[in-house]
Design a protein around this ligand. Structure first.
Ligand code: OGA
Ligand code: NI
Length: 347
């Protein structure tokens, strides 16, 4: 049984509110009707691509083609047979649940709205600037390429070991995918990785407690990811949706699979060939959902623009070149929903 949290409020997170037996959501979580999920715009039962990574060994060319198609048509897909041991993923889930179960005073030691700090605990996205908050809490780790040793939280004791192992596995997976994505564009396999410079990573664990009024709230607003490539692991609860046109598509959880999506910088580098897809999260009335998201990003000090290979007289650059740090700072300091990369597009 979770214990009563004496000082719980909107800023200590939604888990603590629910642990205290909240029965109606406070007004700050109620989305205006224009922002709520509308049932008739949700398409049930359409399969978002599922890619078998075992094909990487048997027929690399075909694998690359499948990956390239999924990244151009959808910008989001699931991968199975990715080679990361189940114990690594389940270990991470265990560690993260223990982390969120820490007493609120312990979690609040990490509370900040800053993005580029090694460890951040927060609720919603940037609560002080939002008129309508999102129904989730998160822990976030920022691994800069200048960092020598990451200051993992000491509690829970198992967390450092489990999370470090998870991070190195996911990093390896991201490099494999990035190579294949490069080849899919007809580039050398190390080309996209090179464009990222000394790449950086943000690891964010999102905790979505049950919500007493799920139709009025959202776990996460519609957004595109601002970085390079996103690799997400989730439990079996579901709620993640991807947008194509005006319609939203459910991502059906597949046990032990990863969900991978193209983020803004890959759309820009490929001059629009790969699509950074908008996605959001619905909440459930009776279940807690957990997702563990690795954002594999360019270094903050590189300028990202369309690669020269994709530009000629018939194909002008669709995006401006921007210092990556500028892009991400913009995204995090404003309350944004919608597609960030379109804001960079040259009209
Ligand atoms: C994110 C995100 C989706 C999820 O953290 O950027 O889109 O399922 N998360 O938690
Ligand atoms: Ni996202």
């Amino acid at each position: 049984m979770p214990s009563f949290v004496a000082n719980a409020n909107e800023h200590t997170g939604v888990k603590a509110l629910m642990d205290n037996g909240l029965v109606t959501i406070p007004g700050c979580y109620i989305k205006p009707p224009s922002h709520r999920a509308v049932k008739h715009l949700i398409v049930p039962g359409v399969e978002i691509p599922v890619i078998d990574m075992a094909a990487l060994e048997s027929d690399r060319e075909e694998f690359v083609q499948t990956l390239c198609m999924a990244s151009s048509e959808w910008g989001i897909f699931q991968v199975i047979n990715h080679g990361i041991p189940v114990e690594t993923m389940q270990g991470m889930v265990y560690g993260v649940l223990e982390l969120f179960d820490l007493p609120i005073e312990e979690k609040m030691k990490y509370y900040t709205e800053e993005v580029f700090v090694p460890v951040r605990y927060c609720t919603s996205m940037t609560p002080s600037q939002e008129t309508h908050m999102e129904w989730h809490d998160h822990f976030q780790h920022y691994f800069s390429n200048r960092e020598k040793e990451h200051p993992w939280p000491e509690k829970p004791a198992c967390y450092k070991r489990l999370a470090s192992s998870y991070v190195s596995s996911v990093k390896h997976l991201s490099q494999t995918l990035l190579s294949a994505l490069s080849e899919g564009l007809g580039l050398d396999s190390n080309c996209l990785a090179k464009s990222f410079g000394d790449s950086e990573m943000i690891l964010r664990s999102n905790y979505y407690p049950p919500c007493p009024n799920p139709d009025l709230a959202l776990g996460m607003n519609g957004h595109t990811d601002s970085g390079g490539l996103t690799i997400l692991f989730e439990d079996q609860v579901g709620g993640l949706q991807a947008r194509k046109g005006d319609l939203w598509y459910d991502l059906k959880p597949i046990k032990n699979a990863f969900i991978v999506n193209i983020a803004d910088q890959l759309e820009i580098l490929s001059n629009g060939k790969y699509k950074s897809i908008e996605h959001r999260v619905l909440v459930q009335p009776d279940q807690t959902r957990l997702s563990i998201v690795a954002f594999c990003n360019p270094s903050r000090d590189v300028v990202i623009g369309p690669l020269p290979e994709f530009i000629d007289e018939q194909n002008p650059p669709l995006y401006r070149s921007t210092l990556y740090e500028e892009h991400i700072t913009n995204v995090y300091t404003k309350y944004l929903d919608g597609k960030h990369s379109q804001k960079l597009q040259i009209n």
